[in-house]
Design a protein. Sequence first.
Length: 103
Amino acid sequence: MSEEIKPAYGLVQINITNQSEFMERYAQHVFPILSKWGIEMIAGSDTPVTKEGTFKGNWSAVLRFPSMALAEEWYDSDDYPPYRDIRMNELTGSGSLVFVQGM
């Protein structure tokens, strides 16, 4: 019997410096890439509620990946890194992306 492939989740917390520029230069291009890879954005908000710790961002999201292997492959693929670099170096003041194995 083969082992069940479990989903993985991406926890996103970023501080967008210009919302309209972020949508124009990043989001409108990345959403189709997510869809192409079978990745779902299952939650997203510009009003995240921080209950513990410190979060200085203004946008949070949760992405669902079919597997951890696919999450890693997508992150390093030819499709995403050009937009990742724009997001990290030009469109946000700070942020984090954490991959978590589903149960």
